[in-house]
Design a protein around this ligand. Sequence first.
Ligand SMILES: Cc1ncc(COP(=O)(O)O)c(C=O)c1O
Length: 399
Amino acid sequence: MKIPNNPFIGTKYIGFKEKINALKVLNAKSLFRYHGPKLLFMTNKLESKLKEYLNVKYVLACSNGASALKLACIAYGIGPGDEVLMSPFTFIASASSVLACGAIPKFVDIDESMNIDPTKIEQAITKKTKAIMCIHMQGQCCDMLPILDVAKKHNLIIIEDTAQAFASEYNNKKSGTLGDIGAFSLQAGKTITCGEGGFLATNDEVAFQKAKDFHDNGGHRVGCDYPTWMNGETSYGENYKLTELQSGVALAQLSKIEKIVKHQDKIFNYFKNYLDKTKFYKLRAKSDYNKNINVSFCLVFENGKICTEFLTYMQKYQIPFNKYCTKLINSYDVFKKKQGPNKSNYPFNLTDIEYKEGDCSKAMDLINRTAWLNLSAEFKHKHVKFIISKMEEFRAGKR
Ligand SMILES: Cc1ncc(COP(=O)(O)O)c(C=O)c1O
């Protein structure tokens, strides 16, 4: 049986609404969010709907998840030499957004939840630590309560990297609204998408305004007025604005979010019923406060050998269980060789931290003994039944 292997969940839902919104923007010939002959305010509408959905005061749409993370750092003045704690089990953008501000990622190990281990954070804090980046991997929030406690005790900012977890919840709050500021992605592989895009969510007006000005070339803009560039009241900034076309598509996608969440839950629950019964398979750890968005699930095996055997058995039937990655980002050249983008090697010239392959040994161990399955939105009951039948064969000793 051919098993769908499509992690592009939001993309699967592109339909009439997305096309109509894109067409409306094109017909209005108003593609720029602040100006046009017949501006439709798609980006404003997207921000308003996101505020409502997330129950936050401020949302800023921007060009992608990586820029949202950089803007989050900028919003809180995280800059040259400051240390930001994060897990190395992530996509490189979590760390490069910090480097882009001149700040230094410091890696903290994960636990069997596959997210940062809250018990390892405190020992990593130094005088230079300014923030903890909570990266909610694959639809599951970090265990935020103990992290919030540590942050409060040490006066640290919490930035949430919610690129992979839009619509997940923790303690009845949406991910990205649990700390000081949340950064989201609308890239093609995410829960909702407009190809490339992102946004920030916060309740902090000052942080929001700082990010907003920075994302608009440092000018201060009220409504759709021309920014302050002409009178020189302009700070350093860059351009991270989202276009009306992207916003129109994202707005249509957002209107489908409940449907997407429900559908992914339904697929996951087919598996969960089986997994709960067998006890042979262990899912990544999760606190009762978590309500995941089921973009994938992760099985944690006792050791790498049995995990490899499992993957080999699944691959025999073209069931797309995979290792999430084979390397953690702290072993990428950028860290191993401390490679800054310019001659001075900035910002690595500002830190004594050495990044070694063996750091974060638990994460290394876990990536070798975990198997991930993307819960393609195309999964039908027959696919799930087939996958479970093969998992059951493996459990019963067939290799
Ligand atoms: C954990 C994580 N953080 C940040 C990003 C960056 O998002 P974007 O691709 O929208 O820049 C991604 C993208 O895949 C991600 O997975």
